[in-house]
Design a protein around this ligand. Sequence first.
Ligand SMILES: NC(=O)c1ccc[n+]([C@@H]2O[C@H](COP(=O)([O-])OP(=O)(O)OC[C@H]3O[C@@H](n4cnc5c(N)ncnc54)[C@H](OP(=O)(O)O)[C@@H]3O)[C@@H](O)[C@H]2O)c1
Length: 232
Amino acid sequence: MKTVLITGTNRGIGLEFVHQFAVDGWRIFACCRNPAGADALNRLASQYPGQIDIHTLDVTQHQHIEQLANTLSDESIDLLINNAGIYPSSHVDAFGETDYAVWQRTFEANTMAPLKIAEALIRQVANSRLKTIVTITSKMGSIADNRGGGSYIYRSSKAAVNSVMKSLSIDLSEKRIIAVLLHPGWVKTDMGGPDALITTAQSVAGMRQVIGNLKFSDSGKFYAFDGQIIPW
Ligand SMILES: NC(=O)c1ccc[n+]([C@@H]2O[C@H](COP(=O)([O-])OP(=O)(O)OC[C@H]3O[C@@H](n4cnc5c(N)ncnc54)[C@H](OP(=O)(O)O)[C@@H]3O)[C@@H](O)[C@H]2O)c1
């Protein structure tokens, strides 16, 4: 049975990842901040008994990450998906309105947590068959694609995680671990809003296809959910 660990699985894109991997017969380590309040995730876990283990994880709490790595010390993780993320509101992320405390918290969640999680779980990933780390970033982190300006906090947090994961892909190449960045599209979630272009089902189906086609030589690339390469 293939195994996947996903962060931020109580709603949005993370929840849909759990759904689609469960349908496909994977074993899932589904992480979220508050399992007791994660009704949709708990319903999925009872629909697919024995496949979904729910773990408490606030990705900004390094103690939680280390505890999780301890709990999973005997497991292998084929696929690690860093999905949890935050998008600060424009009231705190526009020129003249920048909230620097929010910027710090956004960096902790969007930029630092994916590396900390990879550091903590590297042995479990290296011991697996697929050896793949995927970080959900955003096209808004592309400097080449920035035509709209603004969103200093969110854009910089995603541009920085792109840089972090590019380095990781190089450092882990000796272990034959693949690390890639994936833009999920503009998706109808709490973050993407109702006017977004695609559903979570479309986004996740596309990203799973990209992941399924990855070869070792693809490590370090920045893909959109439809398989297109995004310029840095
Ligand atoms: N939706 C889009 O159009 C879009 C576009 C580009 C990129 N993305 C990226 O896709 C990923 C998923 O976004 P989404 O649209 O599904 O967003 P969402 O509906 O707002 O869900 C965000 C998820 O991240 C979790 N999260 C936030 N901070 C966390 C923390 N400190 N510890 C653990 N979990 C935390 C949330 O948990 P709580 O419920 O506990 O807050 C929630 O499960 C993000 O990385 C986002 O930047 C989304």
